[in-house]
Design a binder for this molecule. Structure first.
Ligand SMILES: Nc1nc2c(c(=O)[nH]1)N[C@H]1C(S)=C(S)[C@@H](COP(=O)(O)OP(=O)(O)OC[C@H]3O[C@@H](n4cnc5c(=O)[nH]c(N)nc54)[C@H](O)[C@@H]3O)O[C@H]1N2
Ligand SMILES: Nc1nc2c(c(=O)[nH]1)N[C@H]1C(S)=C(S)[C@@H](COP(=O)(O)OP(=O)(O)OC[C@H]3O[C@@H](n4cnc5c(=O)[nH]c(N)nc54)[C@H](O)[C@@H]3O)O[C@H]1N2
Ligand SMILES: [Mo]
Length: 763
């Protein structure tokens, strides 16, 4: 199977330089300002960048890292990549009816993701009628009516899919899931299914709640911060300020990653004169682990900590906590009593000494925070790995005490909030009961489709309509060929978007593009200044209000659009005041306050205090809402994934110049790549063994148990420091290689960090 992703002409100028050993610094400031000025002009730049992450400003959409308190907040509380996200949204270029009249869908399909988004902001609702070659303008009301007719014509409500990308506000998310359930389905796949789902599953099982247990204050108090499977220098640059402050206090950092990411090594903080001059050395120890070695590593940590406890009883295991608040410790201890070191060393590619010295850090530190992201969650055994991290955390009693805890670092700025609001294909009955009591209808109880199952349903003709609240499902999902074909077989696809992307072009028989306001823009729906609310990675909820002029007069807010669709579809089938909701979001917040656990008096609290932190029993009171009422030690078998002869394992990741499928530019500064994205980072040892050289161009062929060969063509090999057998390339170009069925056990997340490939010499 092959998918011909268009190739950017600029790729011809691809240049490979040396990888950097430190992150940020003056270059970052220069780049943020230059991008901002080019895209937005001076007035919008000043207005937007200075309001970023300030009290009464808007929440940066580039990641879910929390805002610092006033003591730690800078006047310019943004990073290079936040500035890029804001500038990208604030561009003065627009894409309207003339553009679509000029370019057919077929022609647009030959363009890259980078080109498509670069054309500017979508300004008009557009429709593509069955058999048409071009999108044409449509009135909002006609668009809503058309969608309503098509949804109501489906055989049953479960033929509709309601996808959410994690940028949607709490208000939009709440209205959206309410609409889907009133319509009659729990089909609410979201980007979380491709992202931190493994975290949610693993943490729910072991601590009873799927969210991280730390606040930013804990990071400021920790004496050991573990950063595992995460590239904060690019994806959460504001986290580097917190790490830098931690280092100044004398905290230590342990980094675990196959790549020596610049942001893990050293940071020159552009926000402080001290940082500018000296730069902070970040990782005290760096474990350059093989892909997927983390389960073995954390088992080895557990094993070594238990041994240390035996040598000096009472010094490593927090016995009081283990006895009073956990179950399963004895079983865990027995399980890890015997450890096959050969397996551990094979899986991790590390030496025993390296592992022992890291374990020593874990044994002797008093307050430990462990952070992780996609390098952990997007693996076959991701859930087991996360539970293993929890085992070590529980053993040391590092949860629910200041300065310690579990810190999954979320991606999209409101992905966590969307879940809290009920965007979940498996919402529990307790939530659905509340929804029923509040709105007087019976929500469906059977679980809906997650992202992977949504594609399967499209492929198998079980789903026929797709609504996307933001995002770019077609490019973000695995197995691009299957996903695209599935979308094309739908009767209806609707995308609520800010910019043009592939999901508008791989469309159903009838397709609509509904242009919406972004986070930075003034929302005057209903004639009043509206605010929305969001929840960050550390469960802090706060208000966000955009100030800049909308990119077009016809743009509507997400809430307004969703209420329009809901009202046109459901008429008076349910007793929900859609029109009032859209006129005043406080009305939605009042309902959130009555339905969503932990959000009591939501409207008032937001109005009066601007924000609050959601309850988290393990963090707040060391109580664990599991069926056992205690935190759970788990024993997982040690599986070591192996790679067949002559093959390598590919991890698919982000460059410094992208936000998921949004490609800002073709550089990856920290990794030394200029003007190109079709590169594969590979070790010198693999190059030698496979008979290739740096600079060779290859096709990637993925091999999977279904016998189908999936391909992505024309990638330049770049010699790089990565463990032997483990290569890396950017997503979304590599998504055609990931089989739809290759997912994490229990969470069904595509295994984006583990794809077995063969390199094929180009003739
Ligand atoms: N600027 C910018 N910011 C973003 C995003 C963006 O695209 N651009 N995306 C947002 C989103 S949605 C998300 S989810 C986050 C993603 O944030 P990250 O998780 O940092 O994103 P990735 O680029 O996927 O990086 C994965 C990291 O894990 C490492 N890794 C890969 N495999 C393994 C492994 O087996 N073990 C270990 N220990 N490490 C491994 C990789 O080398 C890489 O450093 O960032 C968010 N913020
Ligand atoms: N191979 C591989 N695949 C992956 C990953 C990986 O690491 N490797 N990572 C996965 C992860 S972690 C994630 S989260 C997903 C991301 O999947 P998505 O969230 O679906 O994708 P994005 O690229 O963030 O979506 C970009 C589009 O969102 C729209 N948009 C931007 N801002 C707004 C807004 O304010 N409102 C609305 N309505 N629309 C807006 C724009 O039209 C833009 O084109 O991808 C996943 N896919
Ligand atoms: Mo994500």
């Amino acid at each position: 199977m092959s998918s011909s992703t268009p190739i950017d002409a600029e790729e011809a100028d691809l240049k490979v330089g040396k990888a950097k050993t430190h992150a940020a610094g003056l270059t970052a400031v220069r780049i943020s300002m230059a991008t901002a000025l080019k895209q937005m002009g001076p007035v919008r730049t000043a207005r937007n960048l200075l309001r970023l992450n300030q009290v009464e400003g808007f929440d940066c959409m580039s990641c879910a890292w929390p805002d610092p308190d006033n003591k730690h907040r800078h006047t310019a509380e943004f990073c290079e990549n936040g500035a890029k996200a804001v500038s990208w949204e604030g561009t003065r270029d627009t894409v309207g009816p003339e553009f679509f009249a000029q370019h057919s869908v077929a022609e647009l399909n030959t363009q890259t993701e980078h080109w498509l988004e670069k054309q500017g902001r979508l300004t008009h609702p557009m429709v593509l009628r069955p058999g048409a070659t071009h999108y044409e303008p449509i009135d909002w009301d006609d668009a809503f009516r058309l969608i309503g007719e098509q949804l109501n014509a489906l055989g049953n409500p479960d033929e509709a899919l309601f996808y959410t990308s994690g940028r949607a506000s709490n208000e939009a998310a709440f209205v959206y899931q309410l609409f889907a359930r009133a319509f009659g389905t729990n089909n609410l796949p979201d980007c979380s299914n491709m992202c931190h789902e493994s975290t949610g599953v693993g943490l729910s099982e072991s601590i009873g709640i799927g969210k991280g247990s730390v606040s930013l204050q804990d990071i400021h108090e920790a004496d050991l911060i573990v950063v595992c499977g995460q590239n904060p220098g690019t994806n959460h640059p504001r986290m580097l300020s917190a790490l830098e402050q931690a280092k100044h206090r004398g905290a230590r950092i342990l980094a675990i990653n196959p790549l020596r990411e610049a942001g893990l090594l050293k940071f020159n903080n552009p926000q402080t004169p001290k940082g500018m001059l000296k730069g902070a050395q970040l990782a005290d120890q760096f474990l350059q682990i093989r892909s997927n070695g983390d389960l073995a590593l954390w088992q080895a940590f557990g094993h070594l900590l238990l041994e240390a406890e035996e040598r000096n009883p009472g010094t490593v295991v927090d016995r009081e906590f283990v006895e009073s608040s956990t179950v399963g410790f004895e079983q865990y201890r027995k399980h890890l009593g015997e450890l096959d070191w050969d397996e551990v060393l094979t899986a991790t590619g590390l030496t025993r000494e390296e592992i022992e010295s890291a374990a020593e850090l874990l044994a002797t530190s008093k307050k430990i925070v462990t952070c992780w992201a996609m390098g952990i969650t997007q693996h076959r055994n991701a859930v087991a790995t996360i539970k293993e991290i929890v085992n070590v955390t529980l053993m040391r009693g590092m949860i629910g005490v200041p300065g310690a805890g579990l810190c999954p670092v979320r991606g999209h700025s409101n992905v966590q909030g969307d879940r809290s609001m009920g965007v979940w294909e498996q919402s529990p009955d307790s939530f659905l009961d509340k929804l029923r009591d509040e709105f007087g209808f019976e929500p469906p109880r059977h679980h809906g489709y997650d992202a992977v199952n949504a594609v399967r349903a499209l492929r198998d003709g079980k789903a026929r309509a797709f609504i996307g609240l933001g995002g770019n499902f077609v490019s973000a999902m695995s197995d691009t060929t299957v996903t695209e074909a599935g979308m094309r077989s739908a009767a209806l696809t609707v995308q609520i978007s800010t910019k043009l992307n592939r999901s508008h072009l791989a469309h159903g028989s009838t397709a609509l593009i509904l242009p919406t306001l972004g986070r930075t823009e003034k929302d005057l729906t209903g004639g009043i200044v509206q605010r929305v609310t969001v929840e960050d990675s550390m469960s802090a909820v706060h208000a966000s209000r955009g100030r800049s002029e909308p990119a077009g007069e016809l743009l509507r807010s997400e809430v307004d659009i969703l209420c329009g669709i809901a009202s046109a579809t459901l008429g008076d089938r349910v007793d929900v005041p859609w029109t009032e909701f859209a006129r005043d979001y406080d009305q939605i917040r009042q309902r959130i306050g009555r339905v969503v656990p932990g959000c009591e008096n939501y409207a008032e609290v937001i109005r009066e205090r601007g924000g609050f932190t959601m309850p988290h029993p393990p963090r707040d009171s060391r109580t664990f809402p599991t069926p056992e009422g205690k935190a759970v030690f788990t024993a997982s078998p040690l599986q070591v994934l192996t790679v067949p002869e002559g093959r390598v394992v590919l991890q698919t990741m982000r460059s410094h110049d992208q936000f998921n499928t949004t490609i800002y530019g073709l550089n990856d500064r920290y990794r030394g790549i200029k003007s190109g994205r079709r590169v594969v980072f590979i070790s010198a040892a693999d190059l030698a063994e496979l008979g290739f050289a740096d600079g060779d161009v290859v096709n990637l062929v993925s091999e999977w148990e279904d016998g189908i060969e999936r391909r992505a063509d024309e990638f330049r090999l770049v010699e790089y420091s990565t463990p032997k057998g483990c290569v890396a390339a950017y997503y979304p170009e590599t998504n055609p290689l990931i089989p739809l069925d290759s997912t994490a056990l229990d969470s069904n997340t595509p295994t984006s960090k583990w794809v077995v490939v063969r390199l094929e010499r180009r003739a």
